[in-house]
Design a binder for this molecule. Structure first.
Ligand SMILES: [Zn+2]
Length: 151
């Protein structure tokens, strides 16, 4: 087990002040609060971060509750639909759930699998393709893919 995972679960167990805020976030988004949803929201929404479904599953199963993989995927999908998290699909095998739902871009490190936020003002986009008739731009998200440079 990686130390960072242990620390997060420890915080979740002892940080009793976290739950009312998390409950309010779910209710404000129109998500009915269940024990499992509160647990998953506590894991995902506690700070700005990018977690894969497998990481959320691993963190959830370090608590006293048992959560199935299907529940994790369904709940993360629900959170995304309700605007609590953003799905960042870096490749077909890898989707991150981003607790920062403001518009921003990312740097994805293909070697270590990390995703880093890039501010909206750090990328300048000049020129967009002709849009299909009757459509307008709803958003542009850039993923800058990097690899560790060989020495
Ligand atoms: Zn992000």
């Amino acid at each position: 087990m990686r130390p960072i995972l242990m620390r997060m679960v420890h915080d979740f167990d002892t940080e009793t002040g976290a739950e009312p805020r998390i409950r309010q976030m779910l209710e404000a988004a129109g998500v009915r609060c269940t024990r499992q949803r509160l647990l998953m929201a506590s894991i995902v929404l506690r700070r700005k971060q990018h977690l894969s479904a497998d990481q959320v599953l691993a963190l959830a199963n370090q608590t006293r509750q048992v959560v199935s993989k299907a529940t994790v995927y369904n709940t993360l999908g629900l959170f995304a639909r309700m605007g609590l998290v953003r799905e960042v699909i870096v490749d077909p095998q890898r989707t991150f759930y981003d607790s920062n739902v403001t518009e921003h871009h990312h740097i994805y490190n293909e070697d270590d699998g990390t995703l880093t936020d890039v501010g909206q003002d750090e990328v300048r986009i000049e020129g967009l393709p002709n849009l299909p008739p009757g459509t307008e731009v709803h958003g542009v998200e850039v993923i800058v893919r990097v690899r560790i440079r060989p020495v």
